[in-house]
Ligand binder design. Structure first.
Ligand code: UDP
Length: 409
């Protein structure tokens, strides 16, 4: 039985937590792993995050902060597509086990992220005899219900079902995710704990709007912001379609941040939609922006819009609110509990362009947030600091460990 500080093996086999954010497969989950590992390390736990090598120039070990490191293991060619990683998971396990033995490492528990790492975690759980906690981030069966973008393979959904049956605990980000796990995967209620995601409140701070716009070379128009991976489930098409309904009087500017070479097709589709709707001159696509610079964009914007069909949580909304900028979002993730209707933004029932445009227009019609307003929007998300989230996760880990050793001894 373990008391106090924990030694945690985190698994992120398919996606590198220090990869470039906003690329096709690198977004909220990577942020979650980086931030949580860093914070747990700060709180005195020791965390090794295992991922596969994505670039031959990757050093084997990257420090993520005090007591927290990332370990690259080779498993398949660097450039293989996401689903093919599955075929190399046995190599990933054997390289992980060699690294662990060569370095004399022991872990108290395994915390895996996404179904592929869950597959790895389940096997390591059996070898090591320690509990396995999983966070799915997104669920294949739920993604498929939207019938938008690529369909998730049966292999994913079957693997998720098996993991739900065999792991010791599932961390869901929201009550809705827990319901989905119960309804679509037959999860046992007591095995699913709800712990929200966090936001880095030091990084995401309000910047004076005028200064932020000057820094970014933006004119004094109304600014609408989208931040995220460029993929159909994010609903960007619907946001672009909302724009012509907002063009009476001043033309607002729309900035769509995110997307790498692998999102090229989707980006071109969105750009030609802007031309078709004759709004191309008021929409810009600056590509991926480093998180360090995002507070300037959030602060320069009058509103950040999250028009997604599906989000497991919606980190971008938290980041915008932490910078004091109101959010207009669809009813995804936990946003209906996070956004205070009419106060810190609006949650719309769906991403119908008219519904989005109505609420965006309402936010734009208000004078730009004054300092007091900005601070009260920020205060509405202060409980989501990573230190709070990390403490909650550790309390849960101790409960899981106590249950586990009570049943195996
Ligand atoms: N992000 C970024 N630069 C970009 C695009 C996105 O740093 O160009 C980050 C953003 O700050 C957020 C994450 O990627 O932390 C996206 O998380 P979210 O939960 O909104 O979406 P997901 O990727 O999980 O679908």
């Amino acid at each position: 039985m373990v008391a106090g500080q924990l030694r945690i093996a985190m698994l992120s086999a398919h996606s590198c937590p220090v990869g470039t954010l906003g690329a096709k497969d690198t977004g909220g989950m990577s942020v979650y792993i980086r931030e949580l590992a860093g914070e747990l390390g700060k709180q005195g736990h020791s965390v090794d995050v295992y991922t596969r090598v994505h670039d031959p120039k990757d050093p084997q070990i990257v420090t993520l902060g005090q007591n927290a490191r990332l370990i690259h293991l080779s498993a398949g060619d660097e450039e293989i597509n996401k689903l093919d990683v599955y075929n190399y998971l046995p190599d990933f396990i054997s390289n992980l086990e060699s690294f662990r033995q060569n370095n004399n490492l022991q872990y108290d528990l395994i915390f895996s992220h996404y179904w592929m790492s869950g597959w790895v975690g389940q096997r390591l759980q059996q070898y090591w005899g320690v509990p396995h906690i999983i966070k799915f981030h997104t669920l294949g069966a739920i993604k498929n219900t939207f019938d938008i973008g690529e369909r998730e393979p049966e292999l994913r959904i079957e693997t998720e079902r098996e993991l739900v049956r065999n792991c010791q605990r599932i961390i869901a980000s929201t009550g809705q995710e827990r319901q989905e796990l119960l309804r679509h995967y037959g999860a046992a209620t007591e095995r699913v704990s709800i712990i929200p995601c966090g936001v880095n409140l030091e990084r995401f701070q309000p910047v004076d709007k005028k200064t932020a716009r000057q820094q970014l070379g933006l004119p004094d128009d109304k600014v609408i912001l989208f931040v995220g991976r460029i993929e159909p489930l994010k609903g960007i098409t619907r946001l672009i379609e909302a724009m012509p309904h907002l063009q009476n009087g001043h033309k607002p500017r729309l900035i769509i941040i995110g997307g790498d070479k692998n999102s090229h097709g989707e980006m071109e589709r969105l750009q030609s939609l802007c031309h078709e709707l004759r709004i191309a001159d008021s929409v810009s696509f600056p590509g991926m922006i480093k998180q360090e610079k995002l507070p300037y964009y959030y602060s320069a914007a009058d509103t950040c819009v999250v028009p997604s069909y599906y989000e497991s949580f919606g980190l971008v909304a938290l980041e915008s609110l932490a910078c004091g900028t109101p959010v207009v979002a669809t009813d995804v993730g936990d946003l209906k509990h996070i956004i205070r209707q009419g106060e810190t933004g609006y949650v719309v029932t769906d991403n119908n362009p008219h519904h989005l445009a109505d609420k965006i227009a309402l936010v734009l019609s208000k004078p730009s947030a004054d300092n007091g307003n900005t601070l009260s929007i920020r205060a509405s998300v202060s409980q989501f600091s990573w230190s709070n989230i990390a403490e909650t996760i550790i309390r849960e880990c101790h409960v899981v460990l106590a249950d586990y050793f009570a049943t195996v001894t």
